[in-house]
Design a protein around this ligand. Structure first.
Ligand code: A3P
Length: 276
């Protein structure tokens, strides 16, 4: 796997104590009124961000793929333009649970599809030339993602007080695919937002795959400044793409590492892998 020295240094740094300090510093401004939109990378955060920004604030076409104005990432509140009606910020994060997070929407996706999606993202962003099986080793060990392995991320968020005391809402990528309306209404109720049928419709339209693809094209310079081949950020957007990339051996390795989190989330582990 050919990776640049810069990338190796960045990976090293991610794992270091310094990273913890930086993350703690970013989280210092999170208050009990704020709501976290927490996800492991590649779980559909941008899609839900698009829909919620339209649902809550009716932002229309102003929104870019990498937009931090409507739902800023933790530590970037200064870039935010709108707070929730309840007074706090809605803040995105990929980080592990931290005790300052008192209320959270946690978005999950089948870990196998997360791995495939991240594979293409790392290829695009860093020019990684590993094949999928090689990449999977790194994925399962939690390389490439500052927050570490997928299963631990899931467990920590679901075990957090947010999910023990009714201040957590679990949203599945697959459920957004099945019935985005229902998932948006659940979010609206959780956030205490009025969701008129018109607003819900326009939120679904704002987050449609085609519409987000167009938005990505508009903000091309912002999204595509990477080292690798040009692969869309809004790439495929399907459930079960892992079947096109996992070998039987990959599936075995994945299950050995991530079975508890997969079972906890109700994902079916016994599906047959399509021939490679
Ligand atoms: P794929 O790479 O499997 O296509 P995140 O925003 O958390 O980084 O997640 C990115 C994943 O969400 C990508 O998955 C991307 O294509 C998918 N996605 C983005 N917008 C989507 C949409 N409108 N509908 C369905 N999936 C979408």
């Amino acid at each position: 796997m050919k990776l640049s020295v810069r990338h190796r240094l960045r990976t090293g740094l991610r794992r270091s104590v310094i990273r913890n300090w930086v993350v703690a510093y970013r989280f210092r401004g999170v208050t009990a009124q704020d709501v976290l939109l927490a996800t492991y990378p590649k779980s559909g955060a941008t899609w839900l961000t698009f829909m919620l920004s339209e649902l809550i604030w009716g932002v229309g076409e102003q929104q870019d793929i990498m937009d931090l104005r409507f739902i800023p990432t933790v530590g970037n509140q200064r870039l935010g333009v709108n707070r929730l009606p309840s007074g706090g910020w809605l803040l995105r994060t990929h980080e592990r649970y931290r005790p300052c997070c008192k209320k959270a929407i946690y978005v999950v996706r089948d870990g196998r599809d997360v791995a495939v999606s991240l594979y293409f993202q790392i290829k695009r962003a860093l020019g990684m030339d590993a094949d999928f099986s090689e990449f999977l080793e790194y994925f399962l060990a939690g390389h490439f993602v500052g927050a570490g392995p997928w299963g631990r991320h899931v467990d920590e968020w679901l075990d957090s007080p947010c999910f023990q005391n009714g201040s957590g809402l679990l949203v599945r990528y697959e459920d957004m695919q099945l019935d985005a309306r229902r998932e948006l209404e659940r979010c609206a109720e959780f956030l205490d937002i009025e969701a008129t049928p018109e607003r819900v419709e326009s939120a679904i339209a704002a987050g449609s795959f085609d519409s987000m693809r167009k938005t990505e094209k508009r903000s091309e310079a912002l999204v595509h400044n990477e080292k690798g081949p040009k692969i869309s950020f809004v790439r495929k957007g399907v459930v079960g793409d892992w079947q096109n990339h996992f070998s039987a051996q990959d599936l075995e390795r994945f299950n050995a590492a991530a079975r508890p989190a997969m079972e906890r989330l109700g994902y079916d582990l016994d599906e047959v892998v399509a021939p490679a």
